[in-house]
Design a protein. Sequence first.
Lengths: 293, 341
Amino acid sequence: MADIALRPAQLRWAHRPPARPRLARASVYAVLTIVSACCLFPILWVVLTSLRTADSAFGRSFIPTLNQWTGIGYVHAFTQAGVGGGILNSLIVTGCTICCVLFVAVLGGYGFARFAFPARRALYLLMLSTLMVPVAAVLIPLFLELKTFHLLDSLPGLILIYTATSVPFAVVLMRGFFERTPGELADAARIDGAGEWAVFLRVMVPLVQPAILTLAVFQFLFSWNEFLLAETFLSSANKLTIQPRIYAIVGQYSTNWPLLCAALVIAMLPIVLLYVLIQRRFVAGLTAGALRG
Amino acid sequence: MSIRVLPGPAQAEPQPAAAPSRSARRKTKRTFGPRFSRATGSTGGSDARARSMGYYFIFPTLALFAIFIAYPLVRSALISLTRWPGFGPSTFVGLANFRAMFSDPVFRTALLNTVVFCAVTTIIQTAIPLGLAALLNARIRYSAVFRVAIFLPALMSLVVSGALWALIYEPEFGILDQFLTTIGLHGLALSWLSNTATVLPAIIVVSLWQSCGFFTLIFYAAMQDVDQSLYEAAALDGATTVQQFRHVTVPMVRTITSVVVTLNLINGLKIFDIIYVMTGGGPNHASESLSTYLYSLAFGGQVAGAIPAIGYATAIGIVILIFAVVVVIGQMFISARRRAF
């Protein structure tokens, strides 16, 4: 007698190789390729357009012919459109914002995580609730406030606002990291006679170094790409950071596509470079907000 | 036989509390006193002096919060109850600004656009990244290459993305219209950003293009944490790939999904950069959002003779805030209820 009893219907399929996985696999690749192409194509087009002469930008050819390649768009972007100043201002603002946010948030996160002072929970929740406040709701009073302090149209004023709006999220992040660090190391340091500040600086801060780097990357991305606050609080042409500068260029040079595209490429280059250099840290910075928030 | 209870340790002489004098504390800085907390490891010291050091640490945070968030919020609420051109005295008008919104056609359009934009982008910017992440999570080669390609647009700022796509959407000369003309669909080569019917979908496409990579990455990271044995168990039970996705992947990333949904809702409500750069709210307010309307009322007074309506603009800001709060709290309730099952 047979050890295995098969019904006739089962016998029919017994020799068939599974066709579905191969088709499924191919369609997965197809979908991902199409999506990737859609994502990359506009960027590729911008780079190509930035490297051709102004009149050939409207032509039918997608890839410029040999005599249409030129870097004149980039030259004009720097000499006429003030892109260099925009980049410099953005570097200043972003750099200072990162320093300030790291300083305040590491202190604050440690304070909220490690000290059980009264009203700790209430204060923390109060700060947490500001994460859902849209900037537009406080834009006008912030403008009036900066005006009172004579900080309108100044980079320090913008740095101050960027820091203040970024600190709540940064504190949440740092508090989470500090809570995960073991307390025994701090206790050991205290037994050895270290004061609270020494415990903080020598023991706890080095422990959360990866978190600090992650936060720095995240803050760079936010500050570099921020537009609304910069556009509102800066007005002089030489103070504009790169995003308002791009907006001004779009309005002023709307027909000079190579210049425009060159400016766009220059604006996105620092972030792309940062991504290429420290890809893992970059991704960790972005996902840290969502996964741990 | 009787039993006698000997005095136990409770009746022994109580030890003095381990709180040495202040001078002794200078030398031995640490005691494991009665306030040792195991909640987050040890707290900073056992005495109130060390506990209150916490205030020093959080002082900069709270100061910034008070000056640049709390105070402006309160002032915003106050200004929204006035009529004020931005200079000179302001007149208290109570809730007149909010009542005026109902009869303002531009506000109604902006509100509708914002709600539509928010709803559509939340759905597609959650579902599509979820699907893409699932595809990336399958055992395929070159997954890293695809991930980089899909993520690249997320590095662009909204200004750069908007400017880029404004060029693509350019009538006649933009590559979209040129491509449509080349393949013969000349009738479809519209003026995408000047057509009231197509402007909002066109902007939604840009938002999707820019944000897809970020959310895909988040979902991908979450899916990587899912235990492989769950999939194997489901496969043993006869589940197809699609069924595995529906019954294993989706429930396991539920928390992340609610985070993504919340992020999308908040971003959708406060959408400004893309619209401002691509259309400025036009044509004829067809792409106006609450934020762009607020901005044009307060800072965009280039219309001849127009006086900035600061009180009204601030009231719109309060409306955006209320929406955001309602959305976030509602989202929290819904996900809390679902987790209770």
